[in-house]
Write a protein that binds this ligand. Structure first.
Ligand code: ADP
Ligand code: MG
Length: 579
């Protein structure tokens, strides 16, 4: 991946003036630092000349000046450290928000492929060192460039030959750094993938902790975790090896430079082309030139962390949602609830085979239809095409005669309510969970919705009533209670189109009969598609549609289908025998 420079710098924009002040401060601090060795040179020259009285008289003046410079330097550094880091952290935080918001827009097909833990890792872990990069990157660049160039000119004025000799080492250092940075980038990307896998493993095991314990499979999870953890460790070991190799190679070159200066400098003193004061100054400035190199090599692993984090950030940011609003997407003012599938074919990205082929079906506004058929034929899939969770491969799905592709997604989805077998509740109170159906709803409306859903009674018996925390995913509630909350949530949403996908399949008979009642009252006046595998529950549907691998094979009322003695009659008698 090429590094997206323009995008990278665009995040500075809101903080540009503050950041420029930080850079200016860094510039001043560096320039001030450069003056010190010159002052030392001034004193040592007097001392070496034997002009002790001259030396003494200037020592106080120079000492005073040094104090002033130290003050400027440290106050400047305080500002650079504090505000520089703050700017970096703010930018990092902006990007984290942007990444999260972007992930919210990505479509189901993306989440079908990605592990949640890995995505969490991108949001938390990957961005962590970006603040360091954003802040130290340019700031160190300014600081060390000033020192490096300043030191170079001063050295050159002291002794040109020696300076050129020292400079011969720099191309080697440069080439070495380039090579190393490339290697490090690769290693750090691998580290990030591996820690993502560790997070994915934690997320998966902990979300499923109830299953883990019921199978007494803690040791299996520990083993899986340790494998991921060890792979992460291996990857880090390789990174540290590369880093240690590089740092010490750089260190060796730096020592060679110092030795060169001492040997050639001493020779020059003997040859009378250099005096001792100049050699001391030279050595001081050499350290000024070397420090930026040392710092930049040590920093470069931190900077590379930031760079790889940014690259991984951009990988997600560059993903376009596969399902988006068209430029002139329609907002429906009022929905009657007519649904039509027109020669719809569909296959999941991950599959070669089509789930649905050339299927046509029309549901009238307010009609109550049931969709039945063997498991895996695509009932859920068919229903997920109405709110456009997935895009049809061929054909079209229409709501009130308008293709769902032409509708504004929010307006479309606001008009469709779904109650599923898998209930997802959020950590929070009962009130918050029902209120999720319509964030603008009043408490009275929420309580009314709970009453419609037959949930008010059990809610009032909870320790804190509507303000009871229900635990992560509603673990503190029974299956039937959770389902009643999810029905109340849809009551509050009040959509004209309703999809009930095996909403009662996971429940015991008693809960089922209570919930059947609430679902029936929910369905009143709405276009409703019910998917049910217990056929006894849909006997009173206005129309029953039988879906098999060959598409829609039969439709009609319960009585008509029984009389026909086809697939439905067969399915029904089989279930009847079982009961
Ligand atoms: P039904 O609801 O009739 O039991 P589904 O619509 O859930 O059937 O599934 C139809 C087929 O599509 C199945 O073969 C299933 O494996 C596959 N399928 C369902 N969801 C996905 C998905 N998110 N990604 C890939 N394949 C899927
Ligand atoms: Mg299903």
């Amino acid at each position: 991946m090429r590094f997206p420079v323009k995008k990278f710098f665009s995040y500075y924009k809101p903080y540009l003036s503050l950041f420029l002040r930080v850079l200016a401060c860094a510039f001043i601090v560096s320039a001030v630092t450069l003056v010190f060795p010159l002052l030392v040179q001034h004193i040592t020259k007097d001392v070496l000349k034997g002009d002790l009285s001259g030396a003494l008289s200037s020592v106080y003046g120079i000492g005073g000046l040094m104090l002033v410079l130290v003050a400027v330097q440290n106050i400047g550094n305080y500002f650079v450290d504090y505000k520089g880091h703050e700017v970096g952290a703010r930018m990092e935080s902006d990007m984290r928000s942007e990444l999260f918001a972007h992930m919210q827009t990505l479509s189901f097909s993306f989440y079908d492929k990605e592990k949640t833990g890995r995505l969490m890792s991108r949001i938390t872990n990957d961005l962590l060192l970006l603040s360091e990069l954003y802040h130290h990157g340019p700031e160190d660049y300014v600081k060390y460039l000033v020192r490096f160039i300043g030191a170079f000119f001063i050295l050159f004025s002291i002794n040109a030959h020696l300076t050129i000799a020292v400079f011969c080492f720099f191309p080697i250092l440069g080439a070495f750094s380039l090579y190393f940075n490339k290697m490090l980038n690769k290693a750090l990307r691998r580290n990030k993938e591996r820690i993502g896998d560790v997070n994915a493993q934690v997320e998966d095991s902990l979300s499923g902790i109830r299953v883990v314990k019921s199978f007494a499979n803690e040791y299996v999870e520990i083993e899986k975790f340790n494998q991921a953890n060890n792979r992460f460790l291996d990857s880090r070991k390789k990174t540290y090896k590369a880093e240690a190799y590089f740092f010490n190679a750089v260190e060796t070159i730096i020592q060679l430079i110092t030795i060169t200066v001492i040997i050639f400098g001493s020779a020059s003193i003997v040859g009378n082309t250099l005096n001792l004061a100049d050699l001391i100054t030279f050595l001081l400035y050499i350290s000024f030139m070397i420090e930026p190199i040392q710092r930049l090599t040590h920093m470069s692993s931190q900077l590379q962390e930031g760079i790889t984090g940014f690259q991984r950030f951009m990988e997600i940011m560059n993903l376009k949602p596969t399902i988006e609003n068209k430029p002139n997407a329609l907002i429906l003012p009022e929905v009657h609830g007519e649904i039509e599938f027109k020669q719809v074919s569909f296959r999941y990205e991950a599959h070669l085979d089509h789930v649905l082929v050339n299927l046509s079906l029309r549901v009238q506004p307010g009609e109550y239809v049931a969709l039945v058929g063997p498991s895996g034929v695509g009932k859920t899939t068919l229903c997920s095409l109405i709110p456009r969770f997935y895009e049809v491969t061929n054909g079209d799905v229409l709501l009130d005669g308008i293709s769902v592709r032409d509708l504004d997604l929010r307006s479309l989805r606001n008009n469709i309510g779904i109650v599923q077998q898998d209930i997802y509740l959020f950590a929070g109170t009962v009130m918050e969970n029902i209120g999720y159906g319509n964030p603008a709803a009043s408490e009275e409306a929420i309580i009314a919705a709970a009453k419609y859903a037959n949930a008010h009674g059990f809610i009032m018996n909870l320790s804190n009533g509507y303000h009871t925390e229900i635990g992560q995913r509603g673990v503190k509630l029974s299956g039937g209670q959770k389902q009643r909350l999810s029905i109340a949530r849809v009551f509050l949403k009040n959509p004209p189109v309703l999809i009930l996908d095996e909403a009662t399949s996971a429940l015991d008979n008693e809960s089922e009969s209570i919930i059947k009642e609430s679902l029936e009252s929910l369905a009143k006046g709405r276009t409703t598609i019910v998917i049910a595998h217990r056929l006894s529950t849909i006997r009173n549907a206005e129309r029953i549609i039988v879906l098999t691998e060959d598409g829609i094979v039969e439709q009609g009322t319960h009585e008509a289908l029984l009389a026909r003695d086809g697939v439905y009659a067969h399915l029904y008698s089989k279930q009847f025998e079982l009961q």
